[in-house]
Design a protein around this ligand. Structure first.
Ligand code: BDR
Ligand code: CA
Length: 313
């Protein structure tokens, strides 16, 4: 099978970083056409910088990185330094990037790529707020039907929320963008907190990254060391949840994941539940299915894949 051709849309973020590394370590399954940065975990200037730091860590300064939107469609930006640290990539000490940021706007890159490539051949992989994707769909509605699939990290059903009692961070930051993407008619696969909270970096899994004995293995161990303190304190969990790598792992080994095709809609109005993914997991409405909502992952298989692939960088 030829590799899936993808655009990663991201706000790195330690877990975004690991997702990008997994993609770059999997050339037989994934061809990365470019990375678009979006404001989210930290402001755009930092996410655009962090994406390039990660590419250089992987030895891939040739990857095209674009800066996209610096604020959500209709609201001020909410960031998550309390989780990811001041830089967004706290943990390892990594050099500033020397590779250039592309001049084109990230939204233009998404539109141009979808128009230039054969219909149904490009998959979008959003790992942050959905601002860039919604902006592309607003500006160029013709590209929507050209998207092969959108595989995204965001939302929750059983886990409900992590930034508010009702909402997951990526959806909460730009609920209007999320509502538009979920209503777009594109084929969507969702990695919600319900699955990412099962992908925990336990001590043994962290040791396995470090035992790779490579720069990448050490950096990933340091990132997850830093990132885990937040979830340990908040949830009493066994380690850092690797949210975003679930997206790129799904592209390589979809058999590790199970879910249901259901209707998912986004709350944009209520102050109390804004950004909630109203997921009809029990199919109690007749609203049409618009997403494959993943509910479970073979966590041991996921970490075996991740450790093996990171070892190739
Ligand atoms: C999501 O929010 C960010 O903090 C992570 O990078 C992930 O994409 C989890 O809610
Ligand atoms: Ca992210």
């Amino acid at each position: 099978m030829s590799p899936r051709r993808i655009i990663i849309d991201t706000d790195p973020g330690q877990d975004d970083a690991v997702a990008i590394l997994l993609a770059l370590a999997s050339p037989d399954e994934i061809e990365l056409l470019g990375i678009t940065a979006v404001a989210g975990n930290v402001p755009l200037e930092l996410t655009a910088k962090n994406a390039r730091i990660v590419c250089e860590l992987a030895g891939r300064p040739d990857v095209k990185v674009f800066a996209g939107c610096e604020a959500p469609l209709a609201r001020p930006l909410v960031t998550a330094e309390h989780v990811h640290g001041k830089t967004g990539l706290d943990g390892p000490v990594l050099p500033d990037p020397t590779m250039p940021l592309q001049e084109r706007h990230g939204v233009d890159f998404i539109i141009d790529t979808l128009r230039a490539e054969p219909p149904g051949s490009v998959t979008l992989c959003p790992l942050g707020p959905l601002t860039n994707i919604a902006a592309a769909f607003r500006r160029a509605p013709d590209v929507i039907e050209r998207v092969a699939q959108i595989v995204l990290m965001g939302g929750a059903y059983f886990e409900v929320g992590n930034i508010t009692p009702a909402a997951e961070f990526n959806i909460y930051v730009d609920p209007e963008a999320a509502a538009e993407v979920f209503a777009s008619g594109a084929d969507i696969v969702v990695m919600p907190l319900d699955v990412t909270h099962k992908a925990l970096v336990t001590r043994a899994r962290n040791d396995a990254f470090r035992a790779l004995g490579t720069r990448v293995g050490e950096a990933v161990a340091q990132m997850t060391d830093f990132f885990e303190r937040f979830d340990r304190e908040k949830y009493g969990s066994d380690g850092a949840p690797l949210h975003d790598p679930c997206v790129t792992a799904y592209l390589v080994r979809p058999d590790l994941f199970t879910g249901r095709r259901i209707n998912v809609e986004i709350e944009t109005g209520s102050d109390l539940t804004r950004g909630m993914t109203v997921a009809d997991w029990w199919r109690v409405t007749d609203r049409p299915e618009n997403a494959l909502f993943i509910g479970d992952v073979d966590a041991d298989g996921f970490f075996a894949l991740l450790t093996d692939r990171l070892g190739r960088l």
